[in-house]
Design a protein. Structure first.
Lengths: 354, 279
């Protein structure tokens, strides 16, 4: 079932949590709401669920207005960051809860509930824990039970609020791969909130980047990463080096350096962002963007991270493959030259909100 | 011989503090009990049975424990309600109401007794309206229940209140998303979470009520076989220099209280195990 969000506004006192937000989530999609804390992503998710009411605007499920439908009738599955499992119930009873609270007329029989719950527990690979209490489970297991519980009522949409936020790195990685596989299997329209760009880019079909109660950019993970629409998105999606320059015609000039632009954003003062892995490190001075002395070399893992201090007090970061690093054989204290492979350019006085 | 297989702790002074604690418990709690039991042992089995099976004594024990049970039951219901209102709803004067709950703790019990008697006596403010309706409160077991309910009120409120406060809002939201009605959320999510606290609070209220003396003696009227509580029997036996008789009744009260508290603890242990320990 598709979700349409139209002109949603929400304020908490003086704080604007959502400022005219519009978004459409297609049926069967897995969408990530990504942004720093306080950007309004959780509020948006809670408004979709009906746990929060918008000051203005509408929420449509499958084209039907659900703005004033009570949360208990909206048929949404909601997964909380801290699981919110019922501690006095067994895992089985937790998953069965949504079915067992139905009015007698539409409530499935005991056997049907049993079959359904066990099927779901198998789906989340925890059927052997049916009789355990939530207190006896690990964080990852609890979150999978919470997911099974929300799926038991066959929700039209599945909403997840920082579902992996309380888990440690390793479990988090496993679970997000698992969530992706699960979604490919059951295809329920899903929206999840995260502040972790890696998580958003890895799991979702589309990413919605938010900041200050507004949507900054919507797009496929690859698209967003390669073509960020604003300085904020560029910075939020990963480490960047910032240069100040000018766009003249089809060229970006930073000091003596000139970079050809295929699609110049206009003319004038510009901000140029270069990702660390897009900086080429060399000993040759030809056409370099910057030069400096190597301060630190972090050579753990397949990538080597090099920090270069330029003359004007800036520290630039470059990442290169280990083989390249070995060939160059750079040592701390040496002078190197940096050249960008790819630059994201934004006019300094541009308005990038959409 | 290693009596305590203790592990190394960063905190020093385990031996000293543990020894002191044990000594203190012995001195303050266990020693009087032991003295009581030893003293009673002097009188011999036959005399003991004779004393405690006397009609008046049995009636008073039944009354004391019965009235305490009723009072605890009332407080479990009303105390839960009070705690619920105090936690859930904002209203003017909330802090005052919150402070009022502690009043029975702070008030000398005799003062409470006199106040209640003035109120419920046949010529009292409430009594004069109740007696014509056939409801005699003062000088009846009902009056005792009223007094005991009063003194044991704070226990349930103060044990349930923090549990309700700590209950995450997400639990209710989760239940709501799953289609539960507000009543179902209360009955199946909120209430079960407070059960262990209710048992604890109820047990404390009960324990407090069984031993209550000051607030009861005025309103009870102390009519033998009708409204005479066990602690009063002990006092009157002491007044008559029947020390052995007094200790015999005391020992029975002690044993009964102990058995009841033990049973309640067992229920609680079972309940907390069901919740799977930690969280």
């Amino acid at each position: 079932m598709s979700i349409e969000i139209r002109n949603i506004h929400k304020r908490f006192g003086d704080f604007t949590a959502l400022d005219n937000v519009n978004l459409t989530v297609e049926s069967g999609e897995l969408v990530a709401l990504l942004g720093p804390s306080g950007c309004g992503k959780t509020t948006l998710l809670r408004i979709i669920a009906g746990l929060e009411t918008p000051d203005a605007g509408r929420v449509l499920f499958g084209g039907e207005d659900a703005t004033h439908t009570h949360v208990s009738e909206r048929q949404v599955g909601f997964v909380f960051q801290h699981y919110a499992l019922f501690r006095h119930m067994t895992v089985f009873d937790n998953v069965a809860f949504g079915l067992s609270v139905r009015p007698r007329k539409v409530r499935p029989s005991k056997e049907e509930i049993r079959d359904k719950v066990m099927k779901l527990l198998k789906l989340v690979q925890l059927d052997w824990l049916a009789d355990a209490y939530p207190g006896q489970l690990s964080g990852g297991q609890r979150q999978r039970i919470a997911l099974a519980r929300s799926l038991a009522v066959e929700p039209k949409v599945l909403l997840l609020d920082e579902p992996f936020g309380a888990l440690d790195a390793k479990v988090r990685k496993d679970l997000r791969r698992w969530l992706r596989e699960l979604h490919d299997e059951i295809h329920v329209t899903s929206v999840f909130v995260t502040h972790d760009q890696e998580e958003a880019l890895e799991v979702s079909d589309r990413v919605v980047v938010m900041d200050h109660g507004r949507i900054e950019q919507v797009g496929a993970p690859d698209d967003i990463y390669e073509h960020p629409a604003s300085p904020f998105v560029t910075q939020f999606l990963g480490d960047v080096n910032l240069f100040h320059g000018r766009v003249d015609g089809a060229h970006l000039t930073i000091g003596d350096y000139a970079h050809p632009l295929a699609a110049p954003p206009g003319e004038g003062q510009a901000l140029a962002y270069v990702r660390p892995h897009d900086l080429i490190v060399s000993r040759a001075a030809d056409d370099a963007l910057a030069s400096g002395t190597v301060e630190h070399i972090h050579a753990v893992g397949p990538l080597v991270r090099i920090e270069v201090a330029t003359g004007d007090g800036q520290t630039l970061e470059a990442v290169l493959a280990k083989e390249v690093f070995r060939e160059l054989a750079i040592l701390p204290g040496e002078s190197v030259f940096l050249k960008p492979r790819k630059v994201s350019v934004f006019l300094a006085d541009g308005d990038y909100s959409i | 011989m290693k009596l305590l297989n203790r592990q190394h702790s960063v905190l020093p002074g385990f031996g000293l503090s543990f020894g002191l604690t044990l000594f203190w418990l012995l001195l303050i709690v266990l020693l009087p009990f032991a003295a009581l039991v030893l003293k009673t042992a002097d009188m011999g089995w036959a005399a003991f049975v004779d004393t405690v099976s006397a009609e008046r004594v049995v009636a008073s024990l039944k009354l004391s424990f019965g009235a305490a049970g009723v009072a605890a039951a009332i407080n479990i219901v009303m105390g839960f309600l009070l705690a619920w209102v105090l936690v859930r709803y904002p209203f003017p004067g909330k802090r005052l109401v919150d402070a009022l709950v502690d009043l029975p703790f702070a008030l000398p019990t005799a003062v409470a007794g006199i106040a209640l008697t003035t109120l419920y006596a046949p010529n009292g403010w409430l009594g004069q309206h109740l007696v014509p309706l056939g409801l005699k409160v003062a000088f009846t077991p009902l009056g005792i229940v009223v007094a005991l309910t009063f003194v044991s009120l704070p226990f349930v409120v103060r044990t349930v209140q923090p549990v309700l406060e700590d209950l995450e809002k997400e639990l209710e939201e989760a239940a709501s998303c799953l289609g539960a009605s507000r009543f179902q959320i209360f009955r199946r999510v909120i209430f079960p979470a407070t059960v262990p606290a209710l048992i604890t609070g109820g047990a404390m209220a009960f324990a407090r009520a069984t031993g209550e003396f000051g607030s009861v003696i005025f309103i009870a009227g102390n009519i033998p076989l009708v409204s005479e509580i066990a602690p009063l029997i002990i006092i009157s036996k002491l007044d008559q220099y029947d020390y052995l008789g007094a200790t015999a009744v005391a020992v029975v009260m002690l044993a009964l209280s102990f058995v009841l508290l033990f049973a309640i603890n067992a229920i609680q242990w079972w309940a907390s195990r069901r919740h799977g320990g930690k969280r």
